[in-house]
Design a protein. Structure first.
Lengths: 427, 412
């Protein structure tokens, strides 16, 4: 029989897959710091994530949290910046720092066999960093130059402004630094922030990969004796002050050949009962390559290299954002098409086939996202830091599987209304 | 150690299988032995444009993405100067869907007029987004044409000019497809929760009937040895001065390749590397600086590029870089520094090999180089590099006559 290339091979629907979030192990260090662990993987590598309540929501003035986080490894009481970096790099280990809104993280990636050699250093930088004046000066200078460069980019400007419109310039989710903020930082600011939010701060640890057998003892020795988690850290409430004007068009560079488009509305968090279902709606709308926005605006009209819709999950708020860079002469047309797609979702029932495709895509992607120890612990980290549990994971899967076209229309009528969206184009 | 099995179909398609039963997923990776370097100098950007067209429907399947997504799969592709690679990740139980899709587009594209029209526009927007509407976006365009006079590495994968992409005709597209996208010019790699026997059956069933094409014999112009240093001044609306230097280096099979890779690590690999420590931290001449190399199959370039601290002159910056370069030529590295860069390399290899996706990419790439098992020998190649080899290689590469320099000035 000739090979039939027209008819697709039989598939097992991803909605019928048994998707599990494998459980973590948990233990506490002597000082009460909790360690969430997932052991697995074929490679002899591991990662350690120390997460502090030290994000920019806690900073007394702009950039203090990020600068403190960045300079953790630029000098301790016994080592220079170079000695610290060289010591990590000698073992092929990577130490990364990231500062976000609520948390600031120090992440170590290393070969399992070198863990014992590098973990003392990790303990040292979170307890004995010194913030040398010279290091601060270099960071400021380079940061200002980086800002000058970024200010030339339309997408950078667009990302800052859209957050400001949504939350207000005072809010941790809406604020950003200007040149003067970098200049205003003093060593005292960093030392004080470090003492309160790192040395005596609140910390939780996530580890994943292949562990050395004595990992608990090593973590205890180098981190378990530090004076962490003794004091309560209060999160300040920050009022949201959204802009009243909704539509903006800004010329950053008159010679620009594209416009950076952002359409965004305030949105619910993952704790809202509608959230799991809106993920399906988001995917259908613009959340993956086969989405309506991509099919229409890239694949049919060729206005852009890519257009994406995504749900931004902050701890205390959400944002629904549509983001693209489009040719200068087609920006207006692009925005009109985005609104047309919203309208279609509000007024026309989605076909069963299309909905099933989106569901299968989402659950197949989820299966892939949970492949590997780092991916599993990262999922848990995202849940635990946001007060979500595995109940949320399994409920989401259930909701995705069961969602009906009528529910999609109802959600679109609640959340995808043109008048709720801020609209920005930066040329 | 990455285990794999290898076989070949009668039509010349090479197939590699790597089993990992710890994952529910599988990756199907098809590498075509065609890159931007194989393009006609008057029709550049084609290999990359093609990457886009490969998603515009094939002879029996109107759209590529939908059936894959319906089966819970995801896909993407990339084009380099040396190769084009397509890959999808899919729940292992639905792997046949990937065979069906990939084999149909190898059989023949649909050659839809609409797809060509739209993707020409999309690629033009990509060109604008990355190379025009971005400060310093034209750097590589300029550097490549300065450093190469003959070899097709002188243009970027996106193309030498927007015009070439805009002018692409359906005839060009068909010719390109039937010249390069043939089973005997491709490597299929399957990794993940699969069995060799199963892959054999599926490969035979779906790819077996595709006819072989005329063998592609690559005969690219060689870049002559550069005999005099070259430079170019650029003035543009950028906030900071930038300095970029490149030196010709050996290709992937050159005996100095691994030593060259380690040289870039010593100079530019991370915040304890020499350029960062000396030029950003100690002397504060640059606000950012990197050192890396092309890693291309044919002889590539070793690159040092950095943005100057405001107020520092180009001449001072250039002198400071060259001083570091002289040091690595004149002084032998101590054993500890060599050990460090080898340790780093070991770590990079281990982390890279974590996912079945990366393992698939690597197996395909090393098979393209001649033998997938080279992947497992890579670390030992680095371990064999001695301080003397590093110095010798540095002396060969870092010659003034071999250098190309781009002085990129801020207008403001």
């Amino acid at each position: 029989m000739a090979l039939d290339r027209i008819v697709a091979p039989l598939i097992k629907d991803a909605i019928d897959f048994d998707i599990q979030l494998k459980p973590y192990q948990k233990f506490a260090l002597d000082n009460g710091v909790e360690v969430y662990a997932y052991e697995g993987g074929a490679q002899e590598v591991l990662m350690v994530d120390m997460v502090f309540d030290a994000g920019n929501t806690y900073e007394p003035k702009n950039w203090v949290a990020a600068a403190t986080n960045f300079l953790l490894k630029n000098g301790t009481s016994t080592k220079t910046s170079f000695e610290i970096t060289d010591a990590f790099e000698f073992y092929g280990a990577h130490l990364n720092r990231t500062c976000t809104n609520e948390t600031a993280t120090v992440t170590l990636h290393c070969l399992t066999k070198h863990f014992e050699s590098v973990i003392p250093l990790m303990g040292e930088i979170v307890s004995e960093a010194t913030f040398p004046e010279k290091e601060i000066a270099i960071l400021k200078q380079n940061q200002i130059q980086r800002l000058l460069l970024n200010l030339k980019k339309g997408d950078f400007i667009a990302n800052r402004l859209i957050d400001e419109y949504l939350f207000g310039i005072q809010h941790p989710y809406g604020k950003y630094s200007v040149e003067q903020d970098y200049k205003n930082i003093t060593r005292e600011d960093l030392v004080a922030f470090y003492k309160q939010y790192y040395q005596e701060g609140k910390c939780v640890i996530f580890i994943a990969g292949k562990f050395p057998t004595n990992i608990q003892a090593l973590l205890n020795k180098h981190i378990g004796q530090l004076p962490l988690n003794k004091k309560e850290i209060k999160e300040q409430a920050h009022p949201i002050v959204s802009a009243t004007e909704k539509k903006y068009s800004i010329v950053n560079d008159a010679a620009s050949v594209q416009g950076s488009i952002r359409l965004a509305r305030p949105f619910i968090t993952r704790h809202h009962p509608d959230f799991p279902a809106t993920q399906v709606l988001n995917n259908l709308f613009g959340g993956f390559f086969g989405s309506r926005l991509m099919s229409n605006i890239r694949e049919d009209k060729g206005y852009t290299y890519g257009i994406h819709s995504f749900l931004q999950n902050y701890k205390h708020a959400g944002v629904w954002m549509v983001s693209t860079d489009a040719g200068k002469d087609v920006c207006t047309a692009t925005i009109a098409e985005v609104y047309k797609e919203m309208k279609k979702l509000r007024e026309e029932l989605v076909e069963e086939e299309e909905l099933k495709l989106v569901k299968n895509y989402m659950l197949g992607a989820l299966l892939g996202d949970l492949d590997g120890p780092f991916q599993i612990i990262s999922r848990w980290k995202s849940y635990l830091l946001n007060d979500l549990s595995e109940e949320y994971f399994y409920r989401t899967i259930q909701v995705v599987r069961a969602l009906q076209p009528e529910e999609i229309i109802a959600l679109a009528n609640t959340y995808l209304n043109e008048e709720d969206f801020y609209e920005l184009v930066v040329y | 150690m990455i285990q794999f099995e290898k076989f070949q179909l009668d039509n010349g398609l090479k197939v590699l299988v790597h089993q990992d039963t710890s994952t529910p997923m599988a990756v199907v990776n098809v590498l075509y032995n065609v890159g931007a370097k194989d393009e006609d100098p008057n029709k550049t950007g084609f290999a990359h444009l093609f990457e886009h067209l490969m998603f515009g429907g094939s002879v029996n399947i109107p759209v590529y993405d939908e059936p894959l997504q319906r089966a819970g799969g995801e896909n993407n592709a990339y084009t380099t100067n040396d190769l084009t690679n397509y890959y999808c990740q899919i729940p292992a139980e639905n792997i046949e869907t990937a065979f069906w899709l990939e084999s149909d587009r190898m059989l023949s594209l649909a050659f839809s007029k609409k797809s060509l029209e739209v993707q020409r526009k999309v690629v033009c927007e990509e060109f604008k987004e990355h190379y025009i509407n971005k400060p310093y976006g034209d750097t590589w365009h300029k550097m490549r044409s300065l450093a190469y006079t003959q070899h097709p590495y002188r243009w970027m994968t996106i193309g030498a000019s927007l015009q070439h992409v805009e002018d692409a005709t359906m005839e060009d597209v068909k010719d390109f497809f039937f010249q390069f996208y043939r089973p005997n010019n491709a490597i299929l790699v399957v990794t993940g929760n699969v069995q060799t026997e199963q892959v054999k059956q599926l490969a035979q069933k779906w790819f077996g009937p595709i006819e072989a094409g005329k063998p592609y014999v690559r005969n690219l112009p060689k870049e002559p040895v550069q005999e005099k240093s070259r430079s170019m001044d650029v003035r543009a609306d950028v906030p900071l001065d930038m300095l970029m230097m490149t030196w010709h280096m050996g290709g992937r099979f050159d005996e100095g390749y691994h030593a060259t890779d380690l040289i870039t690590e010593v100079l530019g690999g991370g915040a304890s590397a020499r350029l960062y420590e000396q030029l950003i931290k100690v002397k504060q001449i640059f606000s950012s600086i990197d050192c890396y190399h092309f890693g291309t199959v044919d002889p590539g370039l070793l690159v040092i590029e950095g943005k100057l601290v405001k107020g520092v002159s180009m001449a001072v910056a250039e002198k400071a870089v060259l001083e570091e370069v002289e040091k690595i030529k004149n002084n032998i590295l101590d054993a500890k520094e060599v050990q460090k860069v080898i340790n780093k390399t070991e770590s990079v290899i281990c982390f890279e090999d974590m996912s079945i996706m990366n393992r698939a990419h690597s197996l395909a790439y090393y098979e393209l180089l001649g033998d997938a098992d080279l992947m497992n020998k890579e670390l030992s190649m680095y371990q064999k590099v001695t301080p003397a080899m590093i110095q010798h290689t540095a002396q060969q590469i870092f010659q003034d006559s071999n250098r190309n320099t781009l002085y990129y000035y801020s207008k403001s």
